[in-house]
Design a protein around this ligand. Structure first.
Ligand code: OGA
Ligand code: NI
Length: 363
């Protein structure tokens, strides 16, 4: 249908064929076909990984940390809370974090507006090539090769260095670039502040993570349309984040679950909070003093959910290894280049043991 209308609009042949293939591929976006359709077979997870019963315990929720208190005499206490949450849950939420509330709201609005735009405004960004610097895609990393599709559409782009990256960001909604540029600058500041608190807790100098280890910034915006059968599918299957630290703006619709003590627990949406989680690299550098923990996203049948992950990570040529002062006996991991981690991560991302096992030290 979309392709038919499209044929009538575009005349120039080179552009036509490029955009035409985008349009055909774009029809894979969950949001482009899902309305009033039953859940297709290809979205049904095997019984052992599907969420099934969606009622998850909430008594055991991840810690909420008030960053206002980090600037006064309670700083040591806040540092301890962060470390404890990083060890026990791999996750915590931060409130009073300094990113202005209107910027949080405006960014979420613009992310939602992006996905609500008509297909012709998004078509040029659709790509199945993970190397594209700004891409709209669907499901997980490789739609063509994966056995089961995930119930999500995704827009992702790097954010640093800003002046190079911003040229590739969406031109619509018209305020996207302006709002998102300010948002990513603020999110990076907050990320560095949290990393300083983490460094203090680990006994490292406060700028330890401040340079190449946090050079990469990627914004990944997820759109999960209402789903006809949330018990059979997932928005994102279980995984750990491969980077250093993630700041997630999950809006006000629940869906994120974290694996803790043998069960999945829901991360309650708190207005104006960020969900923070420890990435694989922070676990490795801290020699397991902090944990990167498996998490997943369940869908719901009532409303669309939009979330935005801001991934702070090392430059690809960074050498990653456990920090010597944090090794008591022997390091748990060997040294490696971050780009080699990513090469091993993507084909194995649903099995964190396999991912991390590859980088364990032999000693
Ligand atoms: C991710 C992720 C969680 C969410 O994109 O890595 O875990 O709530 N997203 O969308
Ligand atoms: Ni994640």
């Amino acid at each position: 249908m979309i392709s038919l209308i499209f044929n009538q609009i575009i005349k120039s042949s080179a552009t036509t064929s490029i955009i035409k293939s985008h349009i055909q591929e774009m029809e894979k976006l969950v949001s482009s076909w899902c309305k009033n359709k039953p859940l297709p077979e290809s979205y049904i997870f095997p019984p052992e990984t599907r969420p099934g019963n969606l009622v998850v315990p909430t008594c055991n929720t991840v810690p909420v940390i008030d960053l206002n208190k980090a600037e006064g005499q309670n700083r040591t206490h806040i540092v301890q809370q962060i470390l404890k949450a990083g060890q026990e849950y791999g996750f915590f939420q931060v409130v009073n974090h300094g990113v202005p509330e209107n910027l949080m709201n405006e960014s979420m609005d613009v992310f939602k507006e992006f996905f609500e735009m008509p297909w012709e405004d998004k078509a040029m960004l659709y790509s199945e090539d993970p190397k594209n610097s700004c891409r709209l895609s669907t499901s997980s990393v490789n739609y063509a090769r994966e056995k089961i599709h995930h119930w999500r559409d995704n827009l992702r782009h790097p954010c640093h260095p800003l002046q190079d990256c911003i040229k590739h960001w969406p031109q619509k909604p018209v305020r996207y670039r302006e709002v998102v540029a300010t948002y990513t600058i603020e999110a990076k500041k907050l990320g560095l502040r949290i990393l300083e608190l983490v460094s203090e807790g680990l006994g490292l100098e406060s700028r330890y993570f401040g340079d190449k280890l946090s050079e990469s910034e990627i914004l990944s915006i997820n759109h999960y349309p209402p789903c006809p059968d949330p018990s059979l599918t997932l928005g994102v299957a279980k995984h750990c984040d491969p980077n250093l630290l993630t700041l997630l703006h999950q809006g006000d619709v629940s869906g994120l679950q974290v694996f803790n003590n043998g069960e999945w627990i829901g991360v309650e949406p708190l207005h104006n909070a960020f969900v923070v989680n420890i990435g694989n690299q922070l676990q490795i550098i801290s020699n397991n003093k902090l944990k990167s923990v498996e998490h997943r996203v369940v869908t719901n049948s009532r409303v669309a959910r939009t979330s935005a992950g801001f991934f702070i990570g090392p430059s690809e040529d960074s050498i990653i290894e456990p920090e010597k002062s944090l090794v008591d006996d022997a390091p748990f991991y060997r040294a490696f280049e971050f780009k080699d981690f990513l090469l091993h991560y993507f084909p194995n991302l649903e099995d964190n043991e396999v991912v991390m096992g590859h980088f364990k030290s032999q000693a």
